[in-house]
Design a protein. Structure first.
Length: 317
């Protein structure tokens, strides 16, 4: 309610949803408030739960909105976006933007925002988004401190992408799936047992699983197949984009009890037929051997640069 008392909650997701609701239910039983939820100490182990649980984050969001620290906008409100009165600002890194963005948005990474405020019109409302909302929150606070009117998109780009989700039509032809063969059973039957490798990357978070996949694929010969298991939800979209950019084939991908299982076949122009090469393994112009130099007293920025570099390394840069 307006005083911060918890009245109820609704959650959507996979494993762990029941635990979140149990935490909320217990808090309600003892008259808990959003402040209690934000400061609640729960079980913490990196492979299973982050230092700040979803329950803590719900408390933070409630505090932000109740105290007027940040204004928000919901996905469905974007249909009323008016470019003459509003600006849609993407605060993610450029590498993330390359994998998809919201139409009509401009990109200024949150770490570069303070130096690029002159590129934004103070007469327009700024609608900010990032991947899930944390960087968007920081960006909104920066903008409001500098006299802008800004709102943060609830759930960020990931929620937007799921909101516009269309069921994948599985086709056997490589012509219709951009090189990824999701109906990979027929291909698997042609692969000898000694050509199949297995990799368990559960417990690792992005970009760890992709780095492990790349390291393993680098040791494999053309035609060999890698079966990988990953617990990070973001791996599904990452491996789809990675296989397309690196000329490998994603034979199959599925999720079972919170674990993503992907089957990838290593290929090259020499290995595939001429038709397959044109459809699945064509070489794209790339820039390799780039150097990233970071000067910052902010440890988070230094760590972020390593994450970006590791991500680039998985793409063969």
């Amino acid at each position: 309610d307006i005083e911060g008392k918890i009245l109820g909650a609704q959650a959507l997701g996979y494993e762990g949803v029941d635990k979140f609701i149990d935490v909320i239910a217990t808090s309600i039983k003892f008259g808990g408030t959003m402040e209690d939820l934000a400061e609640l100490e729960l079980a913490y182990a990196p492979p299973f739960l982050s230092a700040k649980s979803p329950a803590n984050m719900a408390g933070f969001v409630a505090q932000n909105q109740n105290k007027g620290l940040v204004d928000t906008i919901n996905i469905e409100e974007l249909k009323d976006f008016d470019s003459s009165k509003q600006i849609l600002l993407d605060t993610r890194d450029k590498q993330e933007v390359e994998l998809g963005k919201i139409k009509d948005s401009i990109n200024i990474p949150v770490n570069d925002l303070r130096e690029n405020l002159d590129k934004l019109d103070k007469d327009k409302e700024i609608l900010v988004y990032c991947a899930v909302g944390i960087r968007g929150y920081i960006a909104v606070r920066i903008l409001k401190a500098n006299g802008f009117k800004a709102r943060n998109l609830n759930g960020g780009y990931k929620t937007y992408a799921n909101w516009n989700y269309k069921a994948r039509v599985i086709e056997d032809s490589m012509d219709d799936n951009n090189g990824n063969n999701y109906g990979g059973d027929s291909v698997m039957k042609e692969v000898a047992v000694d050509q199949i490798r297995e990799l368990n990357a559960t417990g690792l978070s992005c970009p760890g699983p992709l780095m492990q996949v790349k390291a393993t694929m680098d040791t494999m010969d053309d035609g060999e197949v890698l079966k990988v298991k990953v617990s990070d939800d973001g791996f599904w979209r990452d491996i789809e984009a990675w296989t397309k950019k690196t000329n490998n084939r994603l034979l199959s991908i599925e999720k079972n009890k919170g674990i993503i299982e992907a089957t990838i076949k290593k290929c090259s122009d020499q290995f595939l037929s001429e038709k397959a090469v044109s459809n699945a393994c064509s070489n794209l112009p790339t820039k390799n051997g780039q150097t990233m130099v970071v000067f910052s007293g902010d440890l988070d920025k230094a760590i972020a640069s390593f994450i970006i570099a590791n991500g680039a390394a998985t793409m063969g840069k």
